[in-house]
Ligand binder design. Structure first.
Ligand SMILES: O=P(O)(O)OC[C@H]1O[C@H](OP(=O)(O)OP(=O)(O)O)[C@H](O)[C@@H]1O
Ligand SMILES: NC(=O)CC[C@H](N)C(=O)O
Ligand SMILES: [Mg+2]
Length: 451
């Protein structure tokens, strides 16, 4: 999952700074690399680097990234290694100029499209599916100047998830959400101009009040100070349920739903489905906290912060290497012996994917003196790969792919383990099951997927 940003300023030239702020608010969506590209009035100029937004850009960089229009990206790699060549935004030339593109999502048929483009003479600079989109768009724009027409062509070819921001060397800003609406994307505006962010938190930090989410299949085209928009292609709605469970920030709004409220509801529902006699509810920071609050409230048991997160360690699930993920969990989370000693605990996390986190937490809590450790998970078991932008590409890496709940419980050495039901999850999000993508929970996907 990545984060994308964009801005179109009517009077100022601070596109670099605005994109920086939006990306910083979306940092939880990608920690591997960051990039900003701006239209400086003549051409597209940018900077990309490995690391967090604050590591990649300093003040002189932002001064150089001056111009009225710009886009940005924070990356969590799904297609292509975690290397600078694959960092975004991607700049591509075409017959009438240049464009730069930032992508959140994953294209299921990118290999096939890449082969076609290569045989047509395109020389790729990266391994990513995102460059495939940029090149397809460049080809389409050679044929037409109408951005909607160009995206009609591009969207007809692409299968998969894509929330995009694009700028051109004509100074246009374009925002696009794929026809299924897998990933979030929102547009805000005020007297300063127009702003695009993966999540609404990116608009909050700018104090932008007027806003809306893009519809699925919608292309928003901003040029010469005016906005035009069109839904150019529609498929069945398939919003990723994992955005609500884990990915998005709790203070974001997706599909009109406050993510915090959805997570709290998941916790409450989990307490109804899988209560446990315990002395304390302990949340797994960070993303398990909101569900834990709902769980504790519903059970009427006190919640205590028995695990403390080192605030300088980021998310471990989205780290690219397994070894690094495992090592970082102990560095990230530390139990408070004085709080948990002798207690029976209900430990609530949002999800178990590979099982790295739960395994280590149970051990840590027992070492710190917990009498019993009951794991409660506020989403169903992840049994199938994701093809739409979450890095769990193979069944082998998923702990629930081959093991049932009692076996997983044994593997993580918990006293008991229970997950939220699919029905409970769907009702907590308050969308219909057929409006969500639950492919990783059921193996049934909204698009064709590779064999
Ligand atoms: O079973 P696993 O493969 O370990 O993955 C699941 C864990 O990973 C995530 O936490 P993460 O540390 O990424 O981020 P967070 O701080 O937002 O909870 C998620 O919240 C679970 O705790
Ligand atoms: N997680 C994402 O959205 C990643 C975007 C793109 N597939 C990449 O790997 O760069
Ligand atoms: Mg977590």
């Amino acid at each position: 999952m990545c984060g994308v940003s964009g801005c179109y300023l009517l009077k100022e030239n601070e596109a670099g700074v605005y994109n920086y702020l939006i990306l910083h608010a979306n940092q939880h969506r990608g920690q591997e690399s960051a990039g900003i590209c701006v239209y400086d009035g003549l051409r597209l100029v940018g900077k990309k680097g490995m690391g967090l937004v604050t590591e990649v850009f300093d003040r002189p960089d932002l001064r150089k990234l001056s111009g009225p229009v710009g886009i940005g990206h924070v990356r969590y790699s799904t297609t292509g290694a975690s290397e600078l060549v694959n960092a975004q935004p991607f700049k591509v030339g075409y017959s009438k100029g240049e464009l730069a593109l930032a992508h959140n999502g994953d294209i299921v048929n990118s290999e096939e499209l890449r082969r076609e483009l290569v045989s047509d003479g395109h020389a790729f600079v990266s391994e990513t599916d995102s460059e495939v989109i940029a090149r397809l768009l460049a080809v389409a724009l050679t044929e037409t100047d109408d951005m909607f027409e160009a995206f009609e062509d591009v969207m007809e070819r692409l299968v998969g998830s894509y929330s995009l921001t694009v700028i051109t060397s004509h100074g246009d800003l374009i925002a696009v959400r794929d026809p299924w609406g897998f990933r979030p994307l929102c547009l805000g505006w005020d007297e300063r101009g127009f702003f695009v962010s993966s999540e609404t938190v990116g608009l909050d930090v700018l104090g932008v009040e007027e806003r809306r989410e893009l519809e699925r299949g919608e292309v928003v085209w901003i040029r010469e100070g005016d906005v035009e928009s069109k839904v150019v292609r529609r498929e069945r709605k398939a919003v990723c349920m994992f955005e609500f469970v884990y990915f998005a920030r709790p203070d974001s709004i997706i599909e009109g739903r406050c993510v915090y409220e959805c997570r709290k509801c998941m916790g409450k529902r989990l307490a109804e489905e899988a209560p446990v006699e315990c002395d304390l509810v302990v949340p797994v920071p960070d993303s398990g906290r909101t569900a834990a609050l709902g769980y504790a409230e519903s059970l009427g048991v006190p919640m205590e912060e028995g695990l403390i997160k080192n605030r300088y360690v980021g998310r471990t699930f989205i780290m690219p290497e397994q070894e690094e993920r495992v090592r970082s969990i102990r560095v990230k989370l530390n139990p408070i012996r004085e709080v948990i000693k002798g207690c029976s605990l209900a430990v609530v996390d949002d999800s178990i994917v590979r099982g790295n986190t739960s395994r280590q937490i149970v051990e840590m809590l027992r070492d710190a003196g917990a009498r019993e450790v009951h794991m409660r998970i506020a989403s169903p078991p992840v049994v199938s790969p994701c093809y739409y932008g979450i890095d769990m590409a193979t069944k082998e890496e998923l702990i629930a792919a081959d093991l049932d709940v009692p076996e997983i419980c044994e593997k993580i050495s918990a006293d008991s383990l229970a997950y939220l039901s699919l029905e409970g999850l769907v009702e907590s999000i308050r969308l219909k099951k057929r409006e969500l993508c639950v492919g990783c929970l059921t193996g049934e996907y909204p698009t064709p997927v590779p064999e």
